[in-house]
Design a binder for this molecule. Structure first.
Ligand code: UDP
Ligand code: MG
Length: 312
């Protein structure tokens, strides 16, 4: 039995060694678990790669996939899954927010309960109020907008059985929301609750921009509800226009002396229609944009080198 760890790294120079040591120490408590650590250096601009290179040099269980540039967390995970050879694969962050010890619990749920997917669900988390609030709202919205049973309060920290990994590898979409794809696949799924720690070093590598990107990929990848909302919005606007027109006509007939002041009405209607149209175009645009990038079908990532124990 071999367990692979898929470990995305982006500018984690101050924490990566500590993370590695803790993970290895935790795994040493369970010598019956054979493991492989697949680090994916997602175009780090700091000293992360040098540290990873050393880890690979000193330990045949470490493998480093070095991206030619930053492709993003979800793509880094994907590359790790492509390379991992374990009977089970654990995806976890490398900033010690996902505690290595919980990884053992995932393995136990897989070994003893026969689960093929084990989600690590956050009971508590230490992130900023803003991040917690937006994530909380987002997961609930996603659940109500999609047919997929996306587990609440769960990031990418999870264990996947080999069968699941093999199926997952056939999904090659670019704007990927890995946790959504996994949830949509079926299989025997279960969850383990854990308390999410604070980041050990450095800052979040998920600025608002990347968070928004991921959130949009989650929605557009699994739901067409926004498209249907446009239609509803259209009906609503139409209904309101009918009332407005009736009002304007009535004023014209019964109060012809003040019809010039209809300027207010005109502005309100114009602004309102303009606004809803822009919004609708934006929603349409995000789906069209998705169609466009998926149609290009470019390679998901480009690897500069794969670093193993015996070839540096
Ligand atoms: N990460 C990555 N590429 C990126 C951004 C992040 O590989 O472009 C990695 C990062 O090194 C970490 C994990 O993805 O291991 C989660 O990122 P982070 O901890 O910054 O996100 P947060 O926990 O704040 O949501
Ligand atoms: Mg983190």
């Amino acid at each position: 039995m071999l367990v692979s760890y898929v470990l995305p790294v982006y500018n984690e120079q101050d924490g990566i060694q500590r993370f590695h040591d803790e993970l290895v120490a935790t795994l040493a408590e369970r010598p019956e678990i054979r493991y492989e650590l697949v680090y994916v250096n997602d175009g780090s601009a700091d000293g992360s790669l040098a540290t990873l290179r050393d880890l690979a040099k000193n330990d045949p269980q470490v493998l480093v996939i070095d991206f030619a540039r930053n492709f993003g967390h979800q793509i880094a995970i994907t590359a790790g899954l492509d390379e991992a050879s374990g009977d089970a694969v654990i995806i976890m962050d490398t900033d010690l927010q996902d505690p290595p010890r919980v990884g053992l619990q995932l393995i136990d749920a897989w070994l003893h309960d026969g689960a093929e997917i084990v989600h690590a669900r956050r009971r508590t988390r230490q992130d900023t109020l803003f991040k917690r609030a937006t994530a909380h709202a987002y997961y609930r919205l996603l659940r109500s907008w999609t047919d997929v049973d996306i587990p609440l309060d769960t990031g990418d920290f999870r264990l996947l059985d080999r069968r699941v990994v093999d199926e997952l590898r056939r999904f090659r979409e670019r704007g990927r929301f890995v946790r959504g794809i996994v949830a949509s696949m079926g299989f025997r799924q279960t969850e383990v609750l854990f308390d999410r720690d604070e980041r050990f070093a450095g800052e979040t590598k998920y600025p608002l921009r990347k968070m928004a990107r991921l959130a949009i990929d989650g929605v557009t990848g699994f739901s067409t509800v926004p498209l249907r909302l446009i239609t509803r919005l259209g009906f609503l606007v139409l209904a309101m226009s009918v009332v407005g027109i009736a009002y304007a006509v009535a004023m014209r007939i019964f109060r012809p002396d003040i019809t010039v002041s209809g300027w207010t009405m005109l502005m309100v209607v114009m602004l309102f229609l303009g606004g809803t149209q822009m919004l609708s175009l934006g929603v349409l645009g995000s789906y069209i944009g998705r169609t466009y990038t998926e149609a290009q079908a470019r390679p998901l990532y480009i690897v500069r080198q794969v670093i193993r124990h015996d070839n540096d």
